[in-house]
Ligand binder design. Structure first.
Ligand code: F6R
Length: 579
């Protein structure tokens, strides 16, 4: 996720773009760049935050321009990898959000045809493709160029000899703002609101020609009409896409995050190293630790690979020998304990892998291999989409180790995450909101799902929540059960289903109100629980993902009902860089 702004009209473009990019820094903040057209096309690119480097844009002249604030996905954050990217002649410039999945192949073909690349990004292929098709009309060239792209994109393009901006969208948002004698384009409405409230949202497949007075939109072989909307939000709500908090916005991004992350991981050197490693040790903290625990159950079940999962903060106290591949799972890539654990693994000559959401973060410099999750910047302190992205990586690893046998299931999971966003949780939220203590229980891979549900609940609602393996409750915690301690019980089909039903009956017999999370229409479960949260019928992968999302939503709505500071819970930081 990055931010895009374009301007064409009666005023100088650069200052408007700079202000717009500042509004978008919540979407990307590694580097930024702007191209403007006066008599020539001039491009400026800079690593770092725009708010600290805006003086770099003062010399840019022209009443048309495009800009970008980057959150790196392909290629480290530096001046060269910053957008805009240009063609071989420097007379075509593009900014892009999204991921071009076939960029490696396109880059190789373009190189063979003589194009010289100056960055490591997937975006640069778009500039060179436009160059190949350019014969005096930028619209035609962009239209041809995008037929070669696979993946997601929101693109703005400019050319030295064409006074317009061309915009194209597929699976990545792009919105046009209509001003008085001027038009703006952006990846969301935030930078537009200082100038206009009249906007047009482009749809997938749209290509728009933007000149100061008008916008013409094509889709397929002909022009299309798109309605004009009036935006009522203020800037703060616009940053959240109209959602009340970043956390809920990020929860709703999860279907896309899952899809992009899973589809970006392909067979190759890392998967080969896993095939050869014999065993794995996963080290991580907090939410990442829970994702790792889920992987353990699945990797052992589906791939017969022995997997150990350790809290990174305890890893230093374990006595070697260490064997196999050691995997550090850390969304930030900076967690001190996880970094220390990987350093220890290196001392024992283990192959190391980092799974992280942040390009060029510390973990990528320590580990032999890196797999990136594609969650985009996560603003809410409580991890949600980065967790789902880690699960996407783990499920895709299992799929690849099984020679793509889970492909169909993976496609279903993506849609089921969408379904789980719509499930009614009001009864469960009311029950949790009234309680001082809540238990979350599950078995097998649903045990770490329960741990994660409890973590989310405690960190944002401040209600004391315990995640437990359902079979362990009778070994002590039963003493705490009463009509005042709701139990969230994950009871989905699978090898633990029958024994979970018995556990639920035991808990109910001790007076605890039971909120069952199971499959819609499961009469046996419905009969014994007090509140039923029904999920659509699903495979184990879908059950894990859907129940995880439901528990995130349960924590969110409970915290919201209690009026908590959801995006910035007390005493917590997004990245924990001390041991
Ligand atoms: C909980 C949460 C934390 C992190 C933990 C590890 O919502 O965000 O528990 O999961 O601090 O962080 P990373 O994954 O950055 O190593």
């Amino acid at each position: 996720m990055c931010g895009i702004v374009g301007y064409i009209g009666i005023r100088e473009a650069a200052p408007i773009i700079v202000e717009g990019l500042k509004r978008l820094e919540y979407r990307g903040y590694d580097s930024f760049g702007i191209a403007t057209l006066n008599s020539t096309l001039v491009t400026m690119k800079k690593c770092g935050r725009i708010s600290e480097n805006e003086h770099c844009a003062v010399d840019l002249e022209g009443k048309v321009g495009i800009g970008h604030t980057r959150w790196a996905t392909h290629g480290k954050p530096d001046d060269l990898n910053a957008h805009p990217h240009t063609d071989c002649t420097g007379s075509i410039a593009v900014v892009h959000n999204g991921i071009i999945e076939n960029y490696a192949e396109l880059r190789r073909e373009l190189r063979e045809r003589g194009h010289a690349f100056s960055s490591e990004t997937d975006t640069e292929v778009i500039a060179h493709l436009i160059e190949e098709h350019y014969a005096g009309d930028l619209f035609d060239a962009v239209r041809e160029a995008i037929t070669h792209l696979e993946g997601s994109y929101a693109v703005l393009a400019m050319a030295q000899d064409d006074p317009r901006i061309i915009a194209a969208r597929n699976a990545s948002p792009l919105v046009i703002g209509i001003g008085d004698g001027e038009l703006l384009a952006a990846s969301d409405v935030t930078p537009l609101l200082d100038h206009t409230r009249k906007v047009v949202f482009l749809e997938d497949g749209d290509i728009a020609t933007i000149s100061p007075e008008q916008i013409i939109i094509w889709n397929g072989n002909g022009p299309v009409e798109r309605s004009v909307s009036m935006i009522e939000w203020d800037v703060e709500s616009a940053k959240k896409g109209g959602f009340e908090h970043f956390m809920i916005k990020e929860i709703f991004e999860q279907p896309d995050v899952f899809f992009h992350t899973a589809s970006s991981l392909k067979d190759g050197a890392v998967i080969d190293a896993m095939r050869e490693c014999g065993s794995m040790i996963l080290v991580s903290c907090g939410t990442s630790y829970h994702a790792a625990l889920i992987f353990r159950y699945l990797a052992e079940k589906y791939c017969s690979i022995p997997v150990r999962v350790e809290l990174a903060s305890e890893f230093k106290y374990y006595t070697p020998p260490l064997q196999g591949m050691v995997i550090g799972v850390t969304q930030s890539g900076e967690t001190a304990d996880t970094i220390a654990a990987l350093k220890k693994a290196r001392q024992f000559n283990c192959t190391t892998l980092g799974i992280t959401n942040v390009l060029d973060s510390s973990v990528t410099r320590i580990a032999d291999h890196t797999i990136y999750t594609r969650a985009g910047p996560e603003i809410s302190v409580a991890a949600t989409k980065s967790f789902i992205a880690q699960l996407a990586v783990f499920l895709q690893i299992i799929n690849l180790l099984q020679d793509n046998q889970c492909e169909e299931v993976m496609a279903m999971v993506h849609r089921q995450i969408e379904d789980s966003l719509l499930i009614d949780l009001q009864g469960a939220v009311d029950a949790c909101g009234r309680a001082d203590h809540v238990f979350f229980v599950g078995r097998g891979p649903y045990y770490p799902v329960a741990l994660e549900g409890a973590l989310k609940m405690k960190e944002i609602s401040y209600i004391h929540a315990e995640g437990y393996a359902a079979g362990e409750l009778k070994h002590g915690p039963f003493a705490l059960l009463s009509e005042k301690t709701p139990v969230i019980a994950l009871c989905l089909p699978g090898e633990s289903y029958g024994v979970m039903l018995s556990n639920i009956k035991e808990m109910k017999a001790r007076g605890a109100p039971i909120i069952g999370i199971g499959i819609e229409g499961d009469r046996e479960l419905e009969e014994i629980v007090d509140i039923m949260v029904g999920l659509p019928k699903c495979h184990l992968f879908g059950g894990i993902l859907m129940s995880s999302v439901v528990l995130q939503l349960l924590a969110y709505h409970t915290a919201r009902m209690l009026g908590r500071d959801i995006d910035k819970p007390r005493n917590l930081a997004k990245s924990v860089t001390v041991e």
